[in-house]
Design a protein around this ligand. Sequence first.
Ligand SMILES: Nc1ncnc2c1ncn2[C@@H]1O[C@H](COP(=O)(O)OP(=O)(O)O)[C@@H](O)[C@H]1O
Ligand SMILES: [Mg+2]
Length: 364
Amino acid sequence: MKVLFIGSRLYDDLDWYVKSKDIESILTESNEEAINLDLPNQVFIVPRGMDGPKQVALMHKVDAIVPLIGIDPPLIDIAHMKEEVETEYGIPVVAAGVRAVELTSDKIKTKRFYEEIDVATPNYQILHSPDELALEFPVVLKQGEGQGGKDIKVAKYIDEVEGYFNEFDEALCEEFIEGAEISVEVLGFNGEFVALPPIYKGETTLEGTHPLNKIKSGPCMVEGLDNNLVQHTAYKIARNLDSDGIFEMDFMYSRKNNQLYAIEVNTRPNGTRYLTTATCGVNSLCELVNMAIGEFSLANISNKLQYYYSAEIPVGNYQGPKPNEPIKSFEHNDFVVHGPEGYQRVTARANSKEELDELVDKLT
Ligand SMILES: Nc1ncnc2c1ncn2[C@@H]1O[C@H](COP(=O)(O)OP(=O)(O)O)[C@@H](O)[C@H]1O
Ligand SMILES: [Mg+2]
């Protein structure tokens, strides 16, 4: 099997798996200074965009293409390339298609999509000026596009809404949900979908603190919230998006209203994956490879499922004990260190909460 990977930044997370499967790896990257270029069998530096990867795929007659892009802007180009390469050349591209990317890359379209498929989402209005505001404070102001909390503001007073409108002409304005933040990874391929265990990402705050900066844990254990409901809702959203690859879905749970709300979907590798793997043993990046080589199935996922307590802690610069090889995997480790220097995080897992606390103490 010969597989083309697009983008090197995440490649060290799955290099060990690609090697264990005896896959011939080809990788395209647009930045010749990028990390991990020494890992695949062959590397091609190509201009930005999807023309270069497509040419390399055709020239080298690869069996499948796996984009490893962890940011939003290129997703639509990848989706168009997928549709062309799959219909014209019959090469599977393990990524979301055009409709799924269009629906999920714009938070306003995502809200309308939730309404169409009857999934609860926080009340909202599209504001063109502060005096149109009809929701009660606090409200959350967002732009259609963005990730990592970019352009998001929790407003408690009208002057904060006015301040936001000094910068933007339009805002998606949502009621503020006080409660737990939850993420779920869903894997999908050829019409089969599986929702992995929900991860708890902390409580919402009036400062709008992004989950990137909080302690997270798995499996999600929030009183009053049934994880089956979260998984079922995630499954329903994925089935209606009807596409391939990884879907990371964000939810909030209000204890006061006993209501689960859907917030957004990311159709790409994402930051929840280390905790998902720690918690249940399924690694979403490795599953992308399995989709590419025809080894993805619900039965295979069920056979892999494990049950651990896990936590992820921001540590800045990790100084604890050295992990075993392969270092970016839980194969021979009970912890994984990831993220750029200064912003590193450690994800750890154990058989009980007590053992997890001890392990976390040792690592941080
Ligand atoms: N309706 C809301 N109520 C409370 N907090 C919210 C709400 N919407 C967003 N937030 C906070 O802002 C963060 C980022 O919002 P999100 O819509 O997921 O955008 P991003 O794409 O930047 O992750 C959320 O994880 C949460 O902490
Ligand atoms: Mg988010």
